[in-house]
Design a protein around this ligand. Structure first.
Ligand SMILES: Cc1cc2nc3c(=O)[nH]c(=O)nc-3n(C[C@H](O)[C@H](O)[C@H](O)COP(=O)(O)OP(=O)(O)OC[C@H]3O[C@@H](n4cnc5c(N)ncnc54)[C@H](O)[C@@H]3O)c2cc1C
Length: 598
């Protein structure tokens, strides 16, 4: 039988396309496929998705835990950020998805949502309808929860609330495998008095809880945008997906109408064409590439465009600025008396690996059904910080433009000022997470900063604008971000003092037991921290134009007609959660908005 990838609706060359479509969606990733699917539900509307990558049927995508991740290197961008001075000039690569399904095809499958207050902050920034109440129906619309069996529920003590989920294309479930020490880690958090909501997905994502994976409960395969939204649209004659082609820039008329997109063949840039969009171009290339496309189109900060010799069509200083991600600080330790098997067994023991693969192939059970973790703790500042009042004071006293890149436009600065006020409130709220601490089967813990005050940027490379964009995380440029990470490591140490861990004999190796002062812990973070959780966002932010926003609450790019942004770039303030579930919900809402103006 033909596979979906052989469908007539999947195009491989420009010659197979129509000259014009109602909608051209740039990027067939997480958000783009949602919007294309929903727009093509109306059979009178034609939709083209232009995607750089190809359709992949590889195990390194569909199998939740791939033993050979390198097999998927060809489905990822390998964009490296620039050296980060605050963390000893480390350079981090950004392995975004470059495949049909985008980053949902290569991500860690952690499928959670932020807290109500995190989304209400978007609304407060000037975006009516984009708070929790406006998004919750779309979280449900995008998702189906596949409940675990009774036996698994009892074995792993899973909790959830079906009210959080709907009947949508993306499946979420608990994998039928957990590492031995996970339960104990959960119990230790509870012993510390951390609340344990039964379900995190109803707007209260504070405390310790289980997070489902984006995984199909029966097939035990990754559930991602391609299976969920492409495969169900691909039989529609009005839906075309062009693979292996790159969108270069928008075609903008003298009157600032966006008429279409210039695209070219990925491996042969000479083969080039303009596809017209009679209604709208929808930018869904992700938070690293959407700002690049806008800047190449002459839309962005004028200094950047000037330096790159690109004609300014429309000055929009926010494009590429306001970059946010979740930096990671590490406490490394080992359980001297570890249980067997543990994640190191899967990493190092060839016999165990082979048995795990055989078990997955035969029964769809075992360790390869679990990509990352299902145990998570999300905590507010007052829980984590030893002296929160002094932190709030220091935050209030910071001049707004301190620690930001030089030369920012007054509008971007004004936006940051409003963001900072909201962040100060969130830092005081018991309902808003500043620390994420995931746990699975290992001793070592990552402290992931949820409310960064630092801001980075993604701009075209002025000496090679058409090459990969330049990602500057500017991680930890605001020293208060360091302070939260130092406090998070100290807090994690207190957690490990819990007597439940005694039988496992945890031994810390870094920063190391002798490093107890804040300066020593800071030096450790500078040496080892990571700038990213691969949660790029904010680079085409939904905010008022006078606050440096790029799109309004209708998602239309300011100053242009006929183009909107629907991907992670629009998130004005990064929520305290992994981003995929939010990207799906936002894209579902975006599709309704775009349909409503048709
Ligand atoms: C390695 C990794 C691990 C992650 N782990 C998790 C996790 O466990 N849980 C979680 O919730 N989130 C996770 N995330 C984050 C999450 O996956 C992303 O935030 C989300 O998928 C972004 O969706 P998007 O639609 O904005 O962009 P993407 O899904 O990245 O889609 C962008 C698409 O546009 C295409 N494209 C780019 N430029 C062009 C161009 N010029 N022309 C044509 N096509 C183009 C790309 O090929 C891609 O398919 C992870 C991300 C990564 C990279």
């Amino acid at each position: 039988a033909p596979t979906f990838s052989e469908s007539a609706q999947v195009k491989r060359s420009i010659a197979e396309l129509q000259d014009s479509y109602d909608y051209v969606v740039v990027g067939g990733g997480t958000s783009g496929l949602v919007v294309a699917n929903r727009l093509s539900e109306d059979s009178s509307k034609t939709v083209l998705v232009v995607e750089l990558g190809y359709i992949a049927d590889d195990a390194c995508i569909y199998q939740p835990k791939a033993l050979d991740r390198n097999a998927c290197a060809k489905h990822r961008f390998n964009i490296s950020g620039i050296p980060q001075p605050e963390i000893n000039n480390q350079v981090w690569a950004f392995p975004l998805g470059a495949v049909v399904g985008g980053s949902s095809a290569v991500n860690g499958m952690v499928f959670d949502r932020g807290s109500k207050v995190d989304y209400d902050a978007w609304e407060e920034l000037g975006n009516p309808g984009w708070g929790w109440d406006g998004l919750f129906p779309y979280f449900k619309k995008s998702t189906t929860f596949d409940a675990p069996s009774k036996a698994e529920k009892e074995k792993f003590a899973w909790t959830w609330d079906a009210a959080a989920y709907g009947h949508g294309p993306i499946h979420a479930t608990f994998p039928p495998f957990q590492w031995g020490t996970q339960k104990l880690s959960m119990a230790a958090w509870k012993e510390m008095g951390i609340p344990a909501p039964k379900e995190h997905g109803l707007g209260d994502a504070i405390g310790v809880f289980f997070v489902p994976s984006s995984e199909h409960g029966v097939n035990r395969t990754r559930s991602y945008a391609r299976y969920g939204y492409h495969d169900s649209a691909v039989s529609r004659p009005n839906y075309h997906l062009l693979v292996g082609h790159k969108a270069e820039k928008l075609v903008i008329s003298a009157g600032n109408n966006v008429e279409g997109v210039i695209i070219y063949q990925r491996d042969n840039p000479e083969i080039k064409a303009t596809v017209k969009a009679s209604k709208e171009v929808v930018l869904a290339a992700g938070a690293v590439h959407t700002p690049q496309i806008l800047q190449l189109s002459g839309v962005g900060p004028k200094e950047v465009l000037k330096a790159a010799n690109i004609d300014l069509k429309l000055e929009l200083p926010g494009v590429g600025n306001n970059f946010q991600d979740h930096p990671q600080a590490y406490l490394t330790c080992n359980f001297t008396e570890d249980v067997w098997p543990n994640p190191a067994t899967l990493a190092n023991n060839e016999t165990f690996k082979a048995a795990a693969q055989a078990e997955y192939d035969a029964n769809k059970t075992g360790p390869l059904t679990l990509n990352l973790n299902t145990g998570f703790t999300f905590l507010p500042l007052d829980t984590v910080h030893s002296s929160p009042a002094s932190f709030h004071k220091r935050l209030a006293a910071q001049p707004v433009d301190a620690f930001l890149p030089p030369g920012l436009s007054p509008t971007v600065l004004a936006g940051y000022k409003v963001q900072k006020k909201i962040l100060a409130k969130l830092y005081k709220s018991p309902k808003s997470a500043v620390l994420e601490s995931p746990f699975g089967g290992v001793c070592s813990r990552t402290s992931i900063l949820q409310k960064p005050l630092s801001r980075g940027n993604v701009h075209i490379n002025v000496s090679n604008p058409y090459g990969p964009p330049v990602v500057d995380f500017r991680v930890y440029t605001n020293p208060l971000d360091f302070e939260v990470s130092v406090e998070s490591i100290k807090y994690t140490r207190r957690y490990f003092k819990n007597s439940l861990f005694t039988p496992l004999k945890p031994v810390e190796s870094a920063p190391g037991p002798s490093v107890t002062d804040d300066e020593g812990i800071l030096a450790h973070i500078r040496k080892t921290a990571g700038p990213s959780s691969f949660h790029a966002s904010g680079t085409a932010a939904m905010m008022p134009r006078k606050l440096g926003g790029v799109v309004g609450p209708d998602l239309k790019v300011y100053g242009l007609e006929g183009v909107s942004v629907v991907d992670a770039s629009l998130q004005p303030l990064i929520p305290g959660t992994h981003l995929t579930a939010t990207v799906y919900a936002v894209a579902e809402k975006a599709a309704d908005l775009i349909k409503s103006r048709a």
